[in-house]
Write a protein that binds this ligand. Structure first.
Ligand code: ADP
Length: 163
C-alpha cells in the first residue's frame, strides 16, 4: 500500500487543496492530511478550527484519508506514518522556488521519502488561503473558492464585512 502525507497550513482548506487531495488518491492508496502547528505563519484559524473544517468538507467515510497534526519535521512525520511520499500542489511559478528548496532539504534529511508534485487544476491556479482571507476581509464572494462549510466559518471571522 502506497501511503502519502500532504502537509500544509490549511488556513483554511480551499477547493485547490481538495483538488490535490482527490487527485493524489488516484496515485497513492492512503493519504494523511497533516495540519502544521509550528509554521512561521500567523494563522487566522486555530489548529482545532483548521482540522474541523478539513474533517467537515472531506467525505472521510469514502476517501482513504486521515487528518493529523504535524508538529515536527515533515520527513519525520512521514516516517512515523509509514508514508513514502510527500504530496505538494504546484500553482503559479512562484511556488516552484520554495518547493524546490524544501524538496532538496527533505531529500538530504531522508533520501527514502520522495516528494510528489501535482499541478493544480486551471480553475485553482491563483487560489490560495491568503487570497480567500483577503476576499473575506472585504466582504467579497467566497463561494467560487471554498466549500459552503468553510465559507460560513470564514464569514464568522469577518462578521461586519458579510455580503
Ligand atoms: P503551506 O504553504 O504552509 O505549506 P498551504 O496550506 O498554503 O500550506 O499549502 C499546502 C500545499 O497545498 C502546498 O503544496 C501548496 O502549494 C498547495 N496548494 C495550496 N493552494 C493550492 C491550489 N489552489 N492548488 C493547488 N495546490 C495548492
Amino acid at each position: 500500500m502506497k501511503i502519502g502525507i500532504y502537509p500544509g497550513s490549511f488556513d483554511p482548506i480551499t477547493d485547490g487543496h481538495i483538488d490535490i487531495i482527490k487527485r493524489s488518491l488516484q496515485v497513492i492508496d492512503k493519504l494523511y492530511v497533516c495540519v502544521s502547528v509550528n509554521t512561521q505563519k500567523n494563522t487566522l484559524f486555530t489548529l482545532e478550527e483548521r482540522i474541523d473544517m478539513i474533517e467537515n468538507v472531506l467525505d472521510l467515510d469514502h476517501l482513504n484519508v486521515e487528518v493529523c497534526v504535524n508538529n515536527t519535521l515533515t520527513v519525520k512525520q512521514a516516517k512515523r506514518l509509514k508514508a513514502t511520499h510527500i504530496i505538494r500542489g504546484l500553482r503559479v511559478l512562484t511556488d516552484f522556488e520554495y518547493e524546490f528548496q524544501m524538496t532538496h532539504a527533505n531529500r538530504v534529511l531522508d533520501s527514502e521519502i520522495d516528494t510528489l508534485f501535482l499541478m493544480t487544476d486551471n480553475r485553482y491556479s491563483f487560489l490560495s488561503s491568503s487570497t480567500v482571507k483577503e476576499i473575506a476581509r472585504f466582504g467579497g464572494e467566497l463561494e467560487p473558492f471554498l466549500p459552503p462549510y468553510v465559507v460560513t466559518k470564514l464569514r464568522e471571522k469577518f462578521p461586519q464585512k458579510s455580503v
